[in-house]
Design a protein around this ligand. Structure first.
Ligand code: NAD
Length: 258
């Protein structure tokens, strides 16, 4: 696989365990040039260190809290100013309040529901609009990271399940709209990985260890496996694939008894 000459924006690197970091590292190792959009000041120093440690010093780092009006658009503008063109966009961000990720779904607050959907699902839409405006005639590809709780009940995921269902719908709707522009939109549905976001879900640590045994491969996936599937969907090898959700979950989602 070759990414020489490709320019990508990656949203969602918080630390070395972030799925976005796995994707960014792989894209870089294949020759792509990167813009990394991080949530805010809190992450700036650690991200700069991470990038240096990996030898990606030329990466453009841009702050972006997706709830701030105009922040997403500013990332795309900064990217185009720096790199001149855009081929790939990675959406790897999600958030729900800790209290919404435990107990009864009926306890979901109006504001918590709004916030989870705005950050985790809606944000893909302005990214796609900006991609449409910044990608050239040859088009490009977007990916988003999702989870099985969009389709099945996973205790405690609650409002994040709703947000992932909305995200997967947006992937299909955007694939339809952007297809004529040669822009593909797909999702990776990753099995559980030990990241900051995942640890916010009540009971995650216990379910993580129990999960491996219930999969056909009898193990949990690695960060690199989730990232590799994302990079595949971004690459020309996936040129005929759009609007899809690709499961990278050691086969867990095919099982009848979960
Ligand atoms: P992570 O905590 O490393 O990444 C989540 C990112 O979202 C962070 O970089 C955080 O800064 C960003 N974010 C949160 N609120 C934001 C805001 N307002 N503006 C901008 N950025 C914001 O965790 P992760 O597991 O790498 O999560 C990445 C994606 O993968 C998420 O969509 C998550 O739902 C999905 N996913 C994770 C798992 C898992 O088990 N870890 C499984 C399937 C899907």
């Amino acid at each position: 696989m070759e990414m020489e000459g490709k320019k990508a924006i990656v949203f969602g690197v918080a630390n070395k365990r972030s799925i976005a970091w796995g994707v960014a590292r792989r894209l870089h190792s294949l020759g792509a040039k990167l813009t990394l959009a991080y949530q805010g000041e809190r992450f700036e120093r650690s991200l700069a260190k991470l990038v240096q440690g990996e030898g990606i010093e030329d990466a453009l780092l841009v702050p972006c809290d997706v709830t701030e009006e105009g922040a997403i658009e500013r990332v795309f503008e900064a990217h185009t100013e720096r790199w001149g063109e855009l081929h790939q966009v990675v959406h790897s961000i999600a958030f729900a309040r800790r209290e919404e990720l435990e107990g009864d779904f009926t306890a979901t607050s109006r504001d918590g529901y709004r916030m989870a959907h705005e950050i985790s699902a809606y944000s893909l839409i302005p990214m796609a609009l900006a991609a449409k405006e910044h990608m050239g005639e040859e088009g490009g590809a977007l990916i988003a990271m999702t989870y099985l709780a969009s389709q099945r009940v996973v205790p405690n995921y609650n409002v994040m399940g709703s947000a992932k269902a909305a995200l997967e719908h947006a992937v299909r709707q955007l694939a339809y709209e952007l297809g004529p522009l040669a822009i593909r939109v797909n999702a990776v549905s990753a099995g559980p990985l030990q990241t900051v976001s995942a640890r916010g879900v009540a009971g995650f640590a216990d379910s993580y260890s129990a999960h491996a045994d219930k999969t056909p491969l009898k193990r949990n996936i690695t960060l690199e496996e989730a990232a590799n599937a994302g990079v595949f969907l971004l690459s020309d090898l996936a040129s005929g694939i759009t609007g899809q959700t690709l499961f990278v979950d050691s086969g867990y989602s095919i099982m009848a008894s979960l």
